[in-house]
Design a protein. Structure first.
Length: 90
């Protein structure tokens, strides 16, 4: 096996590992979300708390400027339906 082929396999293995971690993280968050809803927390309050927690953690890791740059791209991503679970076609 060539070095390039080995690097490609390692990279795809790393990508798979990251994808699995993302799937696991989403499963945990969905479970916690459902538990909070069952306890009577309003979805809007839960969403604000989740956004605050996520942004705070990102700022601790990457800093305010990097997170502000990330946030600047959110309107276009929202309008492109990247975060929409149900799409209505008119």
């Amino acid at each position: 096996m060539t070095t390039a082929a080995a690097e490609e396999l390692a990279f795809s293995g790393e990508e798979r590992a990251i994808a699995e971690k993302k799937r696991l993280a989403l499963a945990y968050l969905c479970e916690a979300w459902d538990d909070a809803l069952a306890e009577g927390v309003d979805p809007e309050i839960l969403a604000h708390a989740a956004l605050f927690t996520a942004l705070s953690d990102l700022i601790c890791t990457y800093g305010e400027e990097a997170v502000a740059d990330l946030a600047k791209g959110l309107p276009a991503r929202i309008q492109a339906f990247e975060f929409s679970l149900v799409r209505t076609v008119q």
